[in-house]
Design a protein around this ligand. Sequence first.
Ligand code: FAD
Length: 302
Amino acid sequence: PFDVLVVGGGPAGASAAIYAARKGIRTGIVAERFGGQVMDTVGIENFISVKYTEGPKLAASLEEHVKEYNVDVMKLQRAARLEKKDFIEVELENGAVLKSKTVILSTGARWRNIGVPGEAEFKNKGVAYCPHCDGPLFAGKRVAVIGGGNSGVEAAIDLAGIVSHVTVLEFNSELKADSVLQDRLYSLPNVSVVTNAQTKEITGTDKVNGISYIDRESGSEQHIELEGIFVQIGLVPNTDWLGDTVERTRMGEIVVNNHGATNVPGVFAAGDCTNSPYKQIIISMGSGANAALGAFDYLIRN
Ligand code: FAD
């Protein structure tokens, strides 16, 4: 059996595997796609101490760094089930069962897509998902935020300080965000809110030039000219496969304490799949290191 088995090969998993392996304990990492969301990122400007890098380059460095250590790397494998017996058992989709004294779950998350024409085509060409990452790219430009929940309204308030104008598009008849956020939003001079807006299409040529939506009250089609669109309709953790084995929030995020421990002894979690409030590369790496140290601490006490 492994001492530490990491499930997920994004920034959190890579960091956890390195921290575990550096303790000289038997470490494995299973990942469907090494690099995780980083593989879908073009420019990265907020990975501190690296002024600019690109996703695939950072993903390759993560893998190279992991391979410096004695880590059993199992790529292109999906975990399908977790069970606590004498050891913690992780069953893969191919039927293999891996046993370990501790497990670190770092299966990340994915942004929910709006699923309209133009979204996939203009990803990274005006369509963005992360205001902390891509907000500055739209300095002085016009953007829309799709989604009027807490994350959409937070994004709109954040972007309003950078861009020239923000339009919030909400499908329902009212915003769902907390009222304190709505008050702040409505106090800003360069924000407008459109409710009952069903996004129809993201338009553009080589990059985004606008968005079309149906006004659900009148049924009429409207078009707004702009340069950027932030889709904020939810970040979904990749945790369905865990079922009821590990405590998760209503949103499906794995609940961890400040040692990265879940409610199941020996099972730890890190990164975007957890209930950590902010989801970023640097935060995931820190949380992976934290969970690995938590797992090591657990091992020396049990
Ligand atoms: P992930 O990166 O999601 O990695 C999850 C890993 O788990 C992957 O290896 C995946 O294949 C694997 N996995 C999932 N399910 C299973 C399973 N059942 N079995 C086995 N393996 C599984 N952050 C920044 O800080 N700066 C940026 O500029 C930035 N830009 C972004 C741009 C885009 C388009 C996106 C999508 C995200 C961006 N982010 C950025 C956010 C950042 O990428 C994430 O916060 C970070 O990658 C989370 O790391 P993670 O290791 O927790 O999860």
